[in-house]
Design a binder for this molecule. Structure first.
Ligand SMILES: Cc1ncc(COP(=O)(O)O)c(C=O)c1O
Length: 424
């Protein structure tokens, strides 16, 4: 097995190609958290026709694009600023705020801490607790805020826990932050995937609070990480002015402008994405809830965090097994507060979702000495596993759907030899 100290980012397919010798085109990435439908059909037809856009510089103010984003998000275009992916805006915002002491709710995306430390600031983590299923205890959190903190970073829904904070709770947080003069950066990269998006979306709060900036992008929901189009929303015009002063001109290219002006109006694609993710997420969540070997945390984003409950199996084993089957999941052992018992994978199309679930369950079966994995008929598997306490587990799972999924556990001693012979 390959020991990797550094994790693979969801987009590190070149590294995988080099280390495992698997062509990157053949890998299904469950770690990039990108919409499995691919690009919007409207965008696909429009972009080619608008290729001549690259013959001129884009509008320095990006007014038309900002109007499209504003209409999509329900805000005024004066509150919108665009960037080269949300990454550019995370960086610019932190450079401008230049926090001495920032608080981050973690475990979360590592880029915030990196950017804060590049600017010479220190980061304090407020840990989400496993015993709370990684959901924020808002009152306890607020009691940890004080005047020494100048920036708070929240990812909502949070990567990798997929937990979320409602806008009602966000209001309490913003009120407390106002008292201590703390600016709040909310990364809503995954908010459009949430079934209860209207309860989470912080954009309406920008009408009432001037200490919040919201970051979003097109990389995940619109399956366009190569486009590099992100945006920020804030009601604080001074902040927008400061970002514009610091920002290089034309960091969003003309094709990304055309794409942005198109994709936000593809309502059929937006609906199809939401329907697919909602349905598949519920199916996957249910399937993992029923497994005695894993714990899954209720997901709001398009990905799930799973904890391995059994001894003798680590996140790296699952990563390794999945990648050899050309599927890439996220080994979460490098996230602060998580360890080698956590994995994360995103929701893909139904067939791929079945493949990754089967792979994860099969890995468990083989790690506890499965005597045999039988393929009964196409699409149906039976795995038999004897674990150390001589319990016989019989897994059957059919593809699709998981509604037929059963995980039965027997004491092998209670099974007649003829039954065991059936499986041997
Ligand atoms: C929470 C979060 N924010 C931001 C980003 C970066 O997004 P973009 O491609 O818009 O720069 C990622 C990418 O993985 C992410 O997970």
């Amino acid at each position: 097995m390959i020991k990797h100290k550094d994790h693979f980012h969801g987009s590190d397919l070149e590294k995988i190609e080099e280390i495992y010798g698997i062509k990157k085109e053949e890998i299904v990435s469950f770690s990039a958290n990108v919409n499995p439908l691919g690009v919007s059909p409207l965008l696909r037809t429009t972009l080619a026709d608008k290729i001549d856009a690259i013959t001129t510089y884009p509008d320095r103010e990006y007014t038309s694009l900002r109007k499209c984003i504003a209409a999509y998000c329900g805000t005024d275009h004066e509150n919108v600023i665009v960037g080269n992916g949300s990454t550019e805006l995370i960086s610019l915002f932190i450079q401008i705020e230049h926090p001495k002491k920032a608080m981050i709710i973690g475990p979360t995306y590592s880029e915030y801490e990196r950017e804060i430390s590049l600017g010479g600031g220190t980061t304090l983590y407020y840990p989400l607790r496993e015993k709370d299923d990684f959901r924020l205890d808002v009152n306890d959190f607020i009691s940890h805020l004080n005047e020494n903190i100048d920036l708070l970073v929240i990812c909502n829904p949070n990567n990798p826990t997929s937990s979320c904070i409602t806008s009602a709770d966000m209001r309490h947080i913003l009120d407390a932050c106002k008292e201590y003069d703390i600016y709040v950066m909310v990364d809503e990269t995954y908010v459009e995937f949430a079934e209860n998006m209207e309860e989470i979306d912080s954009v309406p709060l920008t009408n009432y609070y001037n200490n919040i900036v919201i970051l979003r992008g097109t990389s995940k929901f619109f399956a366009a990480p190569g486009l590099r189009l992100g945006y920020a929303i804030t009601g604080n015009r001074d902040l927008i002015k400061a970002i514009n002063t610091r920002k290089n001109p034309w960091t969003i290219n003309s094709l990304a402008v055309v794409a942005g002006e198109t994709m936000f109006s593809d309502t059929a694609y937006i609906k199809e994405t939401k329907d697919l993710i909602t349905k598949e997420r519920a199916r996957m969540y249910q399937a993992f809830c029923e497994s005695p070997d894993y714990k899954v945390y209720k997901p709001s984003g398009n990905f799930m965090l799973v904890r391995i409950l059994r001894d003798g199996l680590a996140s790296q084993d699952l990563f390794d097994r999945a990648i050899r089957e050309k599927m890439m999941i996220r080994d979460c052992s490098t996230f602060p507060f998580l360890d080698n018992k956590y994995i994360r994978f995103c929701i893909m199309n139904p067939k791929d979702n079945c493949s990754i679930s089967c792979c994860i369950w099969r890995t468990f079966a083989s790690c506890c000495n499965a005597t045999k994995i039988l393929r009964i008929s196409s699409g149906e598997n039976i795995a038999i596993a004897f674990d150390r306490s001589s319990i016989l587990s019989l897994f059957t799972f059919r593809q699709p759907p998981f509604s037929n999924c059963t995980v039965m556990t027997f004491f092998s001693s209670l099974m007649s030899p003829s039954v065991i012979a059936l499986f041997s």
